[in-house]
Each structure stands twice: as C-alpha cells, then as structure tokens.
Design a protein around this ligand. Sequence first.
Ligand code: HT7
Ligand code: ZN
Length: 849
Amino acid sequence: PDKRFLADYRPYPFILEQTKLSFDLSPDATRVRADLALKPRDRTEDLELDGGKEVRLMSILIDGTAPAPDHVRRDHERLVIAAAALPDGPFTLTTEVEIDPSANTAFEGLYISGGMFCTQCEAEGFRHITFYPDRPDVMAPFHVTIRSDKPVILSNGNPVRQEDGLAEWHDPWPKPAYLFALVAGDLVAISDRFSTKSGRDIALNVWVRPGDEDRAGFAMESLIKSMKWDEDVYGREYDLDVFNIVAVDDFNMGAMENKGLNIFNSKLVLASPETATDADYERIEGVIAHEYFHNWTGNRITCRDWFQLCLKEGLTVFRDQQFTSDMRSAPVKRIGDVQSLRARQFREDQGPLAHPVRPEEYEEINNFYTATVYEKGAEVIGMLKRLVGDDGYAKALDLYFERHDGDAATIEDWLKVFEDATGRDLTQFKRWYTDAGTPHLKVTEEWSDDGRLTLHFSQHTPPTPGQDEKPPRVIPVAVGLIGPNGDEVAATRMLEMTEAEQSFTFDNLGARPIVSALRGFSAPVILERQIDNATRAFLLAHDTDPFARWEAGRELALSALTALAQGQDGGEEYVYAIGQLAADTDADPAFRALCLNLPGEEEIATRLSAAGVTPDPDAIFDARSGLARRVAEAHADLLSSLYDEMTVPGPYSPDAGAAARRALRIAALGLLNRIDRGDRAEVLFGTAGNMTERMAALTCLIRRGRGQAALEALHQQFGDNRLVMDKWFAVQPMAAAPDEAAMIARRLSERDDFDWKNPNRFRSLLGGLAANHGGFHAADGSGYEFTAEWLMRMDRVNPQIAARLSTAFETWPRYDTDRRAKARAALQRMAEMDGISRNLREMVSRMIA
Ligand code: HT7
Ligand code: ZN
C-alpha cells in the first residue's frame, strides 16, 4: 500500500506567491482557471501538482505559452511539468480544467447540496477542483472570481465586486488550499455586526436556505460570544471585514473552518426549541466556537503537514472546551469531556486502531481525524497547562502567536515555545505526542502512625500496534486529602510522576485521611486503585473536587455492574449512595443528573475487558437494566418528586441552568420508566413543548415497547424536517431491544425516506445501531452483517463516511469466539470487496491485522 511517512517530509521546491482562480459554475461542467505565480527554490526540480483523476485538463500555459507535450505528464493523481520546461526565475502557470460537481457524491472538492454549490477541501479536497500543490505548507493569498446564476456567491476573504452573475473575493491572508471555500446558492442571511477590541467593524452573516432563518439566531449569538471570548481570553482579534457561516445539508463532518467562510453541517447551525435538544444547542455553541477559534489556531498558524494535525485540532478543541466551561458549568463540562474521552478515545487506544496523537504514518489522512488526535490532543495541552501553570501557559501562547503567525508549524515548534517561555525541558513530555496507548497508573497507600501518608505510584502502558515498548511518561497527578469527618485536610497538590515507579509523602496528618486522586482528571490515564465501596461512597458524599466526586459514584456503579454482569451480587452500596446524592439539593441539578445516569453498556464491556474478562453483551444489558430498576424501586418517591419539581417555568431557553433542570428531570424519568411501564413518558411526549423532553420521552416509550404511536406522531409533525427525521431514524435502532435492533434498522433502511447518500441520514441509522451495544453485537451476527452490507454500499459513493462508520467494529477482538468469528467474517467480506476505497481498505486491514 501507498503509505506516507512523517520522516519523508521535504519542503515544496517552489514558492507560491499568489493564487488567482476563476470559476464558471455549472452543475455538470464547471470550468476552473488557475493562475499560479510560482518561483523555483531549486531549478532542477520538476513541478508536481496534485489533481484527481476526474479533473479534466483543458489547457496549460507557462507564462502564456504551451509547454511541449513531452514535458507534461499526467497520472491518476498528479500533473508533472518537467524542470526543462520551466523558466529559471518567477513564472505564471495557467491551467484550465473542467469538473463535474453533480457527479461528486463523496462531498470532497466542489459538489452540489440541495441545489447549492459548495466545497469541502480539508484535507485533500482541493485537488478535486484543480491542479495545485495541495499541501498545507504551501500558502498564498487568493483572488477568486466566480460566475454563476445563483443569487448568493461567496468565497474567502473580503468582497471586491458583487454584481448579477458574478462575484469577486480577495483573501489577503496567505492560506493553504485546504482552507479555500466557495458557495453559490439561493440563500438568505441573518446578519449582525461585531466591533473588535481595536474598533474594527465586522459584518457577520449566517446563511441558510429560505425558510430556515428563524432557526439560525442561536448560531449567530454563539458566534458573537466566541469572538468576544477569544479577544478577552487569548487576545485574538478577527482579521477580515466579513465573517460568513453557511449551513449545508450534505456534509461529511460537523463543520469546516475555511478562512472567513465557515461551512457547517446544517445540524450544527439550525435550532429551535421544537426541533433541537439541549445537547444540540450546547453542541452548536461549542462547534461555532471551535471553527471560529481555528481562525488563529489553524488558519493564521497552520500545520506543516497532516502528521501535525493535532497542532490545530488538539489546541482548538482545548480552546473550545475552555469556552464552554466559561459559558456553562465548568465541572459538568469537565465530566462530559472525560466521559467522551473514555468512550471514544480510550476505546480507540485499546484496540487495533490505536495510534499516537501525532501519527508517523498513514495511508489515508481522512482516517486520522480521530478522538486521539482531537480529544487526547486536547488533554495533552491540558496537562501541559497544569505542569507549567496558568501564567506559563499564557506566556507560551503569546509567544506561539508572535513567533509563528503566518507559519505552517510543527509539534516541535509548539513544544519549543513552551520551553522558551517557561524554561522547562519537555523532552519527556513529548512522548504524549509520539507514543500511543493509555497509561495505567497504579497507586497504593502506606500510612504510618506518626501522621505520614506515602503514596506509591507505578505506571505502565500496554503495547499498541507497532509500538511494544513504552518508556515512562510525565504524568501530573492532582491529589487532595479528606479527613474522616469529611473536611479537606490537604488542598489539591499536583504530583509530577516521571519515573516508572515513584512515591510521594504527605506529613503532619492527624488521622489517616481519605485520598482523592486524579482530581479534575489531571491526566488521561486509567487509575488502578484498590478501594472499597465504603470509601467510594464517602468520596461521593464529601469530595470537594466535583470530578473526583462524580468519579467515586461512577466507580461504585461500575463495580456493581461488572459484578452483576458476571452473575455475582452487587449494587447495594450504589443504590443507597445514589439516593443520598439525588436528594442533595445543594448540588447542581446537572451534576446530579450525571451521577444518576448509569454507565453505558459499552463502558461496562470496556471495564470487563480491561480486567481480562470476556464481555457478554446480553449479560451486560440485563445487569444494567436490573440495577436501574433497583434504583427506581428504592427511590421511587424521591425520583417522582424530582420529576415533578424539575420543570422549567416560562418559555424555553437553552441556557445551562434550565438545561440542568431538564437533565435531572429526564434522568429521573429514565429510571422511573423502568417501573411505571412508560406512563409518565407517554404524558410527557404529548405535552412537552421542547424537543429535549420529547426525545427523552420517546426513547423511554421505545424502551417499553410502546413507541409506535409517538413515532407516528413525530413523523406526522416533522416528516419534512430533515434534522428531526434524522433523530427519528437514530432513536429506533438505538433504543430497541438488543435482539430486535438489527431487524428494525433493516426495516428502516427499506423506507423511501432513508436518503442514505445524505451523510446525516446514513450516520443516524448506522450510528444508531452501533450505539446499541447489545444490538450491534447480537449473538446471531445480524448487527455485523447489516452494518457491513451498508458500509460496502456506501463505500462506492462516499468512502469517507464508510470508513468513519467502520469504527463500529473496532472493539471486535474483545468478544467471545463466536462473535469474533462473525465480526471477522464481516470485516473480511469488506476487505475482499471489488474496488474497495483506500479509506475503507486501510481501516479494515488495520482492524483485522
Ligand atoms: N477541520 C475540520 C476537519 C475536517 C472536515 C470537515 C468537514 C468535512 C470533512 C472534513 N475533513 C476534515 C473540522 C474541524 O475539526 O474543525
Ligand atoms: Zn477543528
């Protein structure tokens, strides 16, 4: 296979001083003229330009003259002009090509979505538009002219000319091709303005399809908050006269940070109380912020090559997490981020797809937009901040922006600014970027009666594909001590673990304290600690660190669930302690909701497998349902009053306070649903005025086998609303009984409105099934078969989507022989498929290696 290696990096042998593009848009025959002002660095080098096989070369000129045909070579992915045909000094290369946007079902490059032209160029989409050095370290200012009969025509930068059928845009900031964007369509905007801290006036627009304007206001509010926050917290000001956001229905991922022209999946822009849940609102706010923050961390400072992807993504996720913490509840945000890290990234790290935060090789870069690059990339920055302190972090970031503005940078550059700003040696810390796998951190306690507590730590990282040996890493471990009466006797101390084994002491303690370890989840590790349930319950009641408090409850639940899933007894302490917590009116309702939600089946399976036990999906399902039922029975009155009290008066607002009350109400409903046969859910579905409660009620009804009428009602009301129908497609396989999930997914896939070429719709159905642990891993192999069948079908149309969803299989090696055989057969079938894409082939072969 055609692999790319970090070690092979070479600068591009030409300097690109300016890019001029001219588009004549037409659905099946768009003409693109490119004038590239180039200067050779080395006169002996051929000029290589990337270009997909569907890009048809119509003409080529060098300084206005056609080169001799034998000086021009075209293969299926590039165009090469021999050095002999090039002038010694600066020259202009002019190419004219023809492309067919209507045939572009992969949604990379220029395509059509709902009659509108739009582009997606990260990572390597620009090469499907024209011949170009499509790599992030080749940056140039762009001047773009677009001819189209569409009423709205947008590109990057500032508008230069707008008239009927023509628009001209100029982007003065040098940028790589992956940040190029173009949109032309019948769109309407909601508009606002932002005045920057230096007094510049920026025009803001959120462009949507006519009719969707009344659902775009929250996106605009989120944008304004993001612009202000980046000025206040990072001192970063916006740098163009306009900022445009466009919502499109067909989009492979969430959103894209194109310079001055962010393009969004419509599900991350459009929201109204009737159609979007609290989680949708929070996600919209976070993703709008994320893409906006890329203007500095990604666009002004970009990546030298795609191996450095975490340089922009890890940092931008870290920044959007900080933003959400500031806008909402910081502890609740931290717990949510850790839950997501464990569910997505720990899972990746423990399976065949494990890779370092900065990978050193890949076949298809689109397969590396992963939880490891994004979420672990953000965790690594959080650790760096903990180690150098808030001031050190602020100094390092100022230096980063000052030193690297306009650069295509590397992780080495990033770490060097921290070294230079703080004087700290980060040689060992760099292992977090180069070594894959989640470290296991073991801690034991030694108490001596003279008031000394010693904590003995040891670290070990299991092997990952291609990396057997893992030297010790720097691990910041935040520890606090709590006295037997519940008072904190030692405030949080950041212990720095650098060796394989290391001990730390706490002196002058009166009585033996309870240790609160890894506070705030100070490092992305698996903490191994022998701790009894009474101590966990104590921490759940008294820990002053909200993360550690939640974690104690989580551990209590997991110890019960893993025991129950293996046919043992368990859960008594959990049932009691969770009742205490639910009744704690001093605690934030969102925090109580988080504690009341039992760990998911996938998390229980992960825990069992980490302990060397083969997970049995059916036993796990029964254990979880059984424990939830016991909680409901033991605390029926309390849950019932929470359900009644946690209503939110007045009109719907997506703010954190109102969302928290709804979250607690829904958590109570989910438990009560185990014993009230769905009666409350039925009433709520019919009366709730917001989608958050309606979706929660619908899920409960499906779980009780009473979902039909509600599903029909929702379809009746919102059949023509794509985003609501995506939820409708997702919830059915997700909430179905495990032995019915694949059958339900299959039935839904046969419907006319299963518009499977739309990535959101496909993700809803296939992702919905994958989220049903027992259903996807059904013993008869029906989940695997259905998924493989559709991935193969999708692969011919949109390889990026097929490859992404293939990660449903990534945990297959942990199950029993029978399931393993069935999953392997499904993977094998995909691997042997005729004409399999590079995307899916790479994923499948890594999974069966
Ligand atoms: N930087 C973007 C990542 C991306 C992408 C977005 C949409 C479609 C395909 C894509 N490939 C890569 C989004 C982000 O992380 O901000
Ligand atoms: Zn990003």
